[in-house]
Ligand binder design. Structure first.
Ligand SMILES: Cc1cc2nc3c(=O)[nH]c(=O)nc-3n(C[C@H](O)[C@H](O)[C@H](O)COP(=O)(O)O)c2cc1C
Length: 345
């Protein structure tokens, strides 16, 4: 598959919405929300890239790691590598007429499973967007997507969780940080921040149905501890691709402090600015158990459909394997700060 050709096609199809830049770093699309950019100055998006770039791996060559193990399991989900595709919704107003919402969600969800991982499906003000993602979940079979639910009023959360359960979900997520989305506000959305008592109620709604709940948008140790005490099942360290708060830290700045206190007590996922297998390994070394990637997969889906999505997953897997050999890391489960440069004593 020719990534250059896919990118060129995606650039043509998303003209006016995404420039399909050689490096997807939020500079050209700063402030374009709706669109593919980060909110305001675009700094929080770009900060994800800069923060990760400033982390370095420690080359180690005297060892016996030839075929490192990338397979893992998170919250009962078996993954060929610690990667999931982040949900991207509202294709029409974020990416124009490049692709229908249904064709997009199908390419992402099926491409992910073809390559041995899973994708998140989005939620939006029109319930139709969630229904489209859940249709993919049903077609794929139980436990092969993660439906994301926005922090609506509790009744709508209840309704959407029931829909997710019926579609065969085993893990759901709530992107708490989407209260900052301009797009939802423009549509008069009732998405609102939740206190611990409300979060506990959301957790109970999930657990009552046998669903595990990931909370997305956790960037501080205080929120991480509050979510843990509300008994959520997983944390997704994310600034929502820089789309919700200008001037936020990059994911790689927020993750280490949370991991230092909570690693091993609750699965930690992270996203924002991850662009290569090297970036995946850096994020694992900083303390994540698995990562999510958003925009680069959107371009693959639009430029080359399901096959291109699977192709990118496989490319990232080979890059990850190469980085693991070059750092002497035998197993993704063993990735930790010892992989980072400078070496700690
Ligand atoms: C156009 C667009 C739409 C998005 N829609 C959603 C969504 O519906 N739900 C959600 O939880 N996150 C959404 N996100 C955030 C992504 O899931 C993810 O957190 C972010 O894109 C990760 O950063 P990356 O694109 O640099 O990999 C969206 C992001 C973009 C760019």
């Amino acid at each position: 598959m020719d990534i250059k050709q896919i990118r060129t096609k995606a650039r043509e199809l998303t003209k006016g919405f995404c420039r399909a830049c050689p490096v997807c770093d939020g500079r050209a699309c700063a402030g374009e929300v709706p669109g593919m950019g980060g909110t305001g100055s675009g700094w929080s998006f770009t900060n994800n890239i800069i923060a990760l770039r400033s982390v370095n791996l420690n080359p180690r060559l005297i060892h016996k790691v030839h075929y490192p193990k990338t397979e893992t399991e998170i919250l009962g989900l078996k993954l060929a590598l610690p990667l999931m595709i982040a949900p991207i919704g509202g294709i029409a107003f974020n990416l124009g007429e490049a692709m229908s919402e249904a064709a997009y969600q199908e390419a992402i969800a099926f491409g992910a499973v073809d390559a041995g991982i899973v994708a998140g499906t989005p939620d939006a003000v029109p319930l139709e967007v969630m229904k489209i993602g859940l249709a993919q979940a049903k077609a794929l079979g139980p436990g092969l997507t993660i439906p994301f639910i926005k922090p609506w009023e509790l009744d709508r959360i209840d309704q959407e969780m029931e829909m997710a359960r019926e579609a065969g979900a085993q893990v759901v997520a709530c992107d708490l940080d989407s209260v900052g989305l301009i797009t939802l506000r423009l549509m008069g959305s009732p998405a609102m921040a939740k206190d611990t008592v409300e979060l506990e109620k959301i957790v109970q709604k999930a657990h009552r149905r046998g669903l595990k709940l990931i909370v997305k948008g956790v960037m501080s140790l205080k929120d991480a501890k509050a979510a843990l005490s509300a008994e959520v099942d997983g944390l997704l360290i994310s600034n929502h691709g820089g789309r919700v708060l200008d001037g936020a830290p990059g994911m790689a700045q927020a993750l280490p402090r949370i991991a230092q206190e909570l690693k091993g007590r609750i699965p930690l996922l992270a996203d924002g600015g991850i662009r290569s297998g090297v970036d995946i390994l850096k994020t694992l070394a900083l303390g994540a158990d698995a990562v999510m990637i958003g925009r680069p997969f959107a371009l693959m889906a639009i430029g080359g459909g399901r096959e291109a999505v699977a192709f990118l997953v496989n490319t990232l897997r080979s890059q990850l394997e190469q980085a693991m050999v070059m750092t002497g890391c035998p197993d993704v489960a063993k990735a930790d700060r010892s992989l980072l440069w400078p070496e700690e004593d």
